[in-house]
Ligand binder design. Structure first.
Ligand SMILES: [Zn+2]
Length: 185
């Protein structure tokens, strides 16, 4: 009996303190994995062992689909990528494995997961389907990586770039997004 209790206590301690092994995270069915090719630029293959934040971007190409953005990352004209693209129908495409750096967030590529988000027009505001999927994806990532709403940042917070445009111009909408992720955790 004592041995069982000790073992249980040890297991609980382990789950509290063990660091997240990103490469063991299993992908849920709402994510379509369609990784881009390793080309040394868009996808460098550099290993990422720790994630401190999740960075939200907008694609800055109104009306473009998640697939079109993924295919652009995969093309020879591109030297950028993101881990995920969320589309106008709420589809989620994963372009880079979680345990590899993406090429989206400048000096923070080394310790962040990046999400590019599609938008119907030049305001950069996300539609309802896209927003719902973004909240679901972000909350799922937070759960897997032991992060919370305070670990969500905008590209703007790293470089001052106007990205994601709507959330830079409407900081209250950004705070609402963080609240909605918190509720979904
Ligand atoms: Zn950006």
């Amino acid at each position: 009996m004592l041995v069982v209790i000790l073992l249980l206590a040890l297991l609980m301690l382990r789950s509290c303190f063990a660091s997240v092994n990103i490469s063991e995270v299993e992908s849920p069915s709402f994510i379509q994995q369609n990784f881009i090719e390793l080309d040394g630029h868009s996808r460098t293959g550099r290993e990422m062992t720790k994630v401190h934040d999740i960075v939200i971007h907008y694609v800055a190409n109104p009306g473009s689909s998640a697939k079109a953005n993924r295919d652009y990352f995969n093309s020879s004209q591109s030297n950028v990528s993101s881990h995920f693209v969320v589309g106008l129908q709420g589809e989620v495409i994963q372009c880079v494995p979680l345990d590899e750096e993406s090429s989206a967030s400048n000096e923070r590529n080394r310790d962040t997961i990046s999400i590019e988000v599609c938008h119907p027009d030049s305001s950069g505001q996300f539609n309802g389907e896209t927003y719902g999927a973004l909240v679901q994806l972000t909350a799922w990532l937070c759960g897997q990586l032991r992060l919370d709403e305070d670990d969500l940042i905008r590209h703007y917070d790293i470089t001052g770039k106007l990205c994601p445009k709507y959330y830079v111009e409407n900081p209250e909408a950004w705070e609402q997004f963080r609240e909605d992720v918190k509720k979904a955790l």
